[in-house]
Design a protein around this ligand. Sequence first.
Ligand code: FES
Length: 167
Amino acid sequence: MSNNRVSRRQFLNYTLTGVGGFMAAGMLLPMVRFAIDPVLQTKAEGDFVQTSQKVADLTEEPVRVDFSYEQVDAWYKSEVTDTAWVYKQGDQVIALSPVCKHLGCTVNWAGDSAHPDQFFCACHGGRYEKTGKNIPGTPPTGPLDEYEVAEQDGLVMLGKKIANTLV
Ligand code: FES
């Protein structure tokens, strides 16, 4: 008989340790994968979203352009719909955010018949020039934000919101 024989106790120890370790790895790996999942996702920030608005159809009159995109917030994915007021200034395409700088209501172009060439916020009577510049004496304290704009296949592409560069 050899001295290297594995005793029944040792055999049980090795077997239970191996099976236990295998089961623990099986439980822990999905948890680790779930915890670091957002790190593995590619970032969508800075991407442009395609709209259905043709650049060729734009004039100097702002038009409302609705667009939607998928937003990833940690583990939660959702479809977000957003809006921009888009027009042409010479060859340049301008896209402004509709979010009022007073308390966040939505502004409309020519929403006030007394000021048909301005953006109007119906919540508290805020008004903005076509460039997005807030009109002194009305509640908003800053200009409307701008969207980064690009063109692809003749369509307006909108990027992230930036501070207004026109005023
Ligand atoms: S929220 Fe627009 S004027 Fe108050």
